[in-house]
Design a protein around this ligand. Structure first.
Ligand code: FAD
Length: 537
């Protein structure tokens, strides 16, 4: 199962284990169980003194296995053969159980250890889901650090009956006990914020007490990260506040057009962005949502950025880099059946519709790519495009048209996603030429109609937005408000791409610096860095 190269790498990693680890499996006579036995046996043979495997576990769900420190009962379980995207989750769980320290801030470790209560999590995932490992790893880490946290990661493909019974149609789907806890990608900070009820108030107090920044960046995608690095390299007091570090790149599978990096994966790229930012003196505040911006009342005074938890951050300049999110189709049924058949990530959720019929709404590049991908997994794909022709690149369109299990409807307006109360069972569309209504029976609908800028928190405020809701900027990333800059997908700059967003982020930081050196400060930033006094006009 593991090739020699992988075994060699694992042998290197296992040298970091300081306390023996046990892999305890509970197997049946299924093919999946045989694979798990083979994998665990091979892993244990790599470093027998450090990792052992036994097959006498008594777990209700078979096949499954536990990873635990010898002599303890750590709640890390896989009901899966954790290969593919989950292989790293397996390796990390073994290393953490073996005493290797996780790369997490000490206060987060303390927060996990101090969690009050019993938490029994289940994550439903698929091995092709690139959004699942973050969730699996976060919950595994919590289970390693706190004996009152239990976590089982289940491969939906291996437990189809349970998937059907629980009506799971999007992964990762996390349950706490029998209750649905979350679905979609989540970071450790978000999970902790949900289970640690006192955390928001503690965060607000800490954030509100911070000294003013010279540059505060809102958003930590490629644009925000580049802005932070450029600002910090000027020696000015820089902060970055964001919901998710990495932004859309976290939802991207392969990136092949970031010049000088021939190929990488989205989550890997996001991790590299964060590592690069943290190499500088930047105050990183992730897991925080911004709800309002109040620009400086007079030039040189401080702007205020309000967070959802009530804290207010102050800064002499603000760079808005809040990017974009999936656009909703806004028809009846979409909200009701989200994660119950309405999906946005074909790579993640495609395998759950194996052997079933699905539709893709949207005939641009992302819609056509999704339809091509899904056609290899599901029984049949219907592609619905509002315009009278597909807008995707010709090469993609001709590939799509060559597939035997794809039907294309152009000039078709989706009017409803139908369901049986539990899950999606169809899609209604209107032929825009004839006005005729049609109903297609299917199990899933993938919405791929582009992105919408994250500017809700700016609506009604002084920052000018275009009719599409984008922040209007000039060639130097200035908005109409002095001291407030925009960068990346959230702005009017055309061609929403990573390399463009990073360039715009750099430009916005240089413009912010230019503004700082030209604008006399009317209200001192109390804890300015050593370089900052030079900026005070
Ligand atoms: P984003 O990446 O959207 O980041 C926005 C940041 O703002 C995030 O940190 C977010 O959490 C934060 N944020 C938003 N609202 C708030 C708020 N209210 N408070 C606090 N924080 C907030 N581009 C390529 O070049 N190559 C590709 O192969 C590629 N593939 C893609 C595949 C997919 C599936 C998608 C969705 C996009 C892809 N793109 C690709 C586009 C690329 O990801 C974007 O152009 C790029 O990420 C934009 O960067 P950004 O920093 O402007 O915004």
């Amino acid at each position: 199962m593991l090739d020699d190269n992988t075994k060699g790498q694992l042998a290197g990693y296992f040298e970091r284990i300081t306390q023996p680890v046990e892999l305890i499996a509970s197997l049946d006579d299924s093919a999946g169980a045989a694979d798990i036995r083979e994998l665990l046996t091979e892993i244990a043979a790599i470093a027998p003194a450090k990792v052992s495997a036994r097959f006498d576990g008594q777990f209700a769900r078979k096949p499954s296995f536990q990873i635990t420190r010898a002599g303890q009962d750590m709640g890390v379980h896989f009901a899966a053969l954790p290969m593919g995207h989950e292989f790293t989750s397996l390796l990390l769980a073994i290393l953490w159980a073996g005493g290797h320290p996780p790369k997490v801030e000490p206060e987060v470790i303390e927060q996990i250890k101090a969690l009050d209560g019993e938490f029994s999590f289940t994550t439903w995932m698929s091995l092709t889901c690139h959004n699942c490992p973050d969730v699996v790893q976060a919950l595994n880490l919590m289970a390693v650090l706190n004996p009152r946290v239990r976590h089982v990661a289940i491969d939906g493909g291996l437990f189809q009956q349970e998937v059907e019974a629980r009506q799971i149609m999007a992964v990762p789907a996390v349950f706490l006990g029998e209750e649905s806890f979350a679905s979609g990608r989540m970071e450790l900070a978000e999970i902790l914020a949900k289970v640690d009820t006192g955390a928001a108030a503690r965060d607000a107090a800490k954030l509100g007490a911070k000294d003013a920044f010279d540059v505060l960046i809102v958003g930590a995608g490629p644009a925000g990260a580049a802005a932070a690095i450029y600002a910090a390299r000027k020696g000015i007091r820089t902060g970055i506040v964001a919901e998710r570090f990495g932004g859309q790149t976290l939802d991207t599978l392969a990136i092949e057009n970031f010049i000088s990096v021939p190929e990488t994966e989205g989550p890997k790229f996001a991790a590299a962005l964060e590592q690069h930012v943290r190499a500088y003196e930047v105050d990183v505040m992730s897991g925080q949502r911004v709800s309002a911006l109040e620009p400086a009342p007079t030039p040189g005074a401080l702007a205020s950025v309000r967070l959802d938890n009530g804290a207010v951050l102050k800064s002499r300049t603000v760079i808005l880099a809040t990017g974009a999110r999936w656009r909703n189709v806004n028809v009846p049924g979409e909200q009701e059946y989200k994660t119950k058949g309405v999906a946005y990530c074909p790579h993640c959720d495609g395998p759950l519709f194996k052997g079933k019929k699905v539709a893709v709404i949207g005939g641009g590049n992302s819609g056509v790519e999704a339809a091509i991908d899904l056609a290899g997994v599901v029984e049949h794909v219907t592609l619905i495009e509002f315009l009278d022709q597909l807008k995707a690149d010709a090469v993609l369109v001709s590939k799509l048209k060559s597939l035997p299990n794809v039907t294309i409807h152009t000039n078709a307006q989706t009017t409803e996603i139908t369901g049986d109360g539990q899950k999606v069972n169809g899609l209604r569309y209107k032929d825009r030429a004839s006005g005729a209504e049609h109903l297609i029976e299917l199990a899933g609908v993938f919405v791929q109609i582009g992105l919408v800028p994250n500017t809700d928190f700016l609506k009604g405020g002084p920052v000018e937005l275009s009719r599409f809701g984008e922040i209007v900027i000039d060639a130097k990333c200035h908005t109409n408000v002095p001291g407030v800059f925009g960068a990346g997908d959230v702005t009017t700059v055309p061609y929403k791409q990573i390399i463009i967003a990073t360039g715009e982020g750099a430009k916005a930081a240089l413009s912010a610096f230019d503004h700082l050196i030209r604008t006399p400060q009317v209200e001192a930033a109390p804890a300015a860095t050593a370089a900052s006094p030079a900026l005070v006009g």
